[in-house]
Design a protein around this ligand. Structure first.
Ligand code: HEM
Ligand SMILES: *[C@@H]1O[C@H](CO)[C@@H](O)[C@H](O)[C@H]1NC(C)=O
Length: 334
């Protein structure tokens, strides 16, 4: 009897003395970020962000999508520390020039302009990483998506890495398992991946990301069998089989291009996902089930997207004395 209970007791004690404090410690770690962090030090912050994004979107209706993607590409490369915003210097190669980002990421000028305005009200107080996280939330909200809490107090990184950007950002031509792995390294699971991919309910992609599906998919001489033929015909108008169409853009969600809704998942079910990596979510039973769930229940999609954005926004944040508060988002202070 004793030798049967003893291992269980050991496990129990292990849990109480080792795992519980560990869990509390992790919790504490996350609590370094607080929603109220700038309430006293920079109360104007939220109005400035809202106003600038609203104005920018009136001129460029794609801006919300670009801001959301910018935050994602920041967080996936050495954490949400605004490394993506840094210009290249003699000391490091910038992430702006990495494979997935070059001639593709947008919104830098807007973030720099927001930062300049914020500096004029509260100098050296608000990090660029926080501005990016708050801008992404505002972009989702202004597109009709869910509100989610953004705890702030992130600090800005001191360097950027083109190599790390090349290694960590998922690409549209990668197999689903490889893409999944790029989420799980950050503690994001399969569900987070499927729900965050729903961000492709807004924004655009360039034809060079799509043409591989339209003419000779994987050198078959035929289009991708998983693309709806009427969507294909529509895409051919913007993305004809000539090199000069490479940088033309097509909507990621052809149905409700500017609305943050769950149409992305309906599209996938109808073989009308734009990118090969989008459509691949149907090709695996676990991800296909989630796609079905989100297409059937917009409320579920909204609440899970909100929860996954909170998780993403906490990846590798710098707090306390780490890093710095940049004066300009494209440059490290010296
Ligand atoms: C799952 C893996 C993902 C892949 C392979 C992927 C790939 C891409 C590609 C290739 C583009 C078009 C870029 C261009 O043509 O210039 C794009 C655009 C976009 N992506 Fe993703 N993405 C992924 C996940 C995400 C996530 C997690 C988010 C945000 C939470 C996101 C948000 C966006 C947005 C909003 C756009 C449109 C940007 C604009 O119009 O400026 N993507 N993505
Ligand atoms: C308006 O948007 C275009 C891109 O669509 C951009 O080139 C231009 O700088 C923007 N103008 C202002 C005032 O933001």
């Amino acid at each position: 009897m004793v030798h049967k209970i003893f291992p269980q007791l050991t496990i129990l004690l292990f849990v109480i003395f080792c795992l519980v404090p560990l869990a509390c410690y992790c919790q504490l770690d996350n609590n370094d970020l607080q929603e109220e962090f700038y309430d006293k030090s920079c109360p104007m912050l939220y109005d400035i962000i809202e106003w600038y994004i609203d104005a920018a979107s009136k001129n460029d209706s794609r801006m919300a999508a670009s801001l959301l993607r910018l935050h994602f590409h920041d967080c996936f490369v050495n954490g949400c520390e605004a490394s993506v915003l840094l210009d290249e210097t003699e000391d490091f190669k910038g992430e702006k020039n990495s494979l997935g980002n070059h001639n593709s990421l947008r919104g830098f000028e807007l973030i720099d302009a927001i930062k300049e305005e914020v500096e004029s009200y509260c100098p050296s107080t608000v990090s660029c990483a926080d501005i990016l996280a708050l801008a992404a939330r505002e972009a989702v909200l202004q597109s009709g998506g869910p509100y989610y809490p953004v705890a702030v107090g992130r600090r800005d990184g001191l360097t950027a890495s083109e190599e790390d950007a090349n290694a960590h950002l998922p690409s549209f031509f990668e197999p689903l398992d490889d893409i999944t792995a790029k989420f799980t390294v950050h503690g994001l699971d399969l569900k987070d991946m499927v729900v965050l991919s729903g961000a492709h309910t807004i924004g655009f992609a360039q034809c060079d990301k799509v043409k591989g599906r339209l003419f000779s998919f994987k050198d078959s001489g035929k289009p991708d069998p998983d693309i709806d033929s009427s969507l294909r015909s529509r895409l051919l108008r913007t993305c004809p089989d000539v090199e000069t169409s490479d940088s033309n853009v097509v909507a990621l969600d052809y149905k409700t291009t500017y609305a943050f809704d769950n149409a992305y998942y309906h599209n996938l079910i109808n073989k009308a996902g734009l990118l090969q990596s989008d459509q691949a979510l149907i090709g695996n039973p676990d991800t296909a089930k989630l796609v079905n769930d989100y297409s059937n229940d917009p409320g579920l999609y909204e609440s899970e997207f909100a929860a996954s954005m909170v998780k993403m926004g906490n990846i590798g944040v710098l707090t306390g004395e780490a890093g710095q508060i940049r004066k300009k988002c494209n440059l490290v202070n010296y």
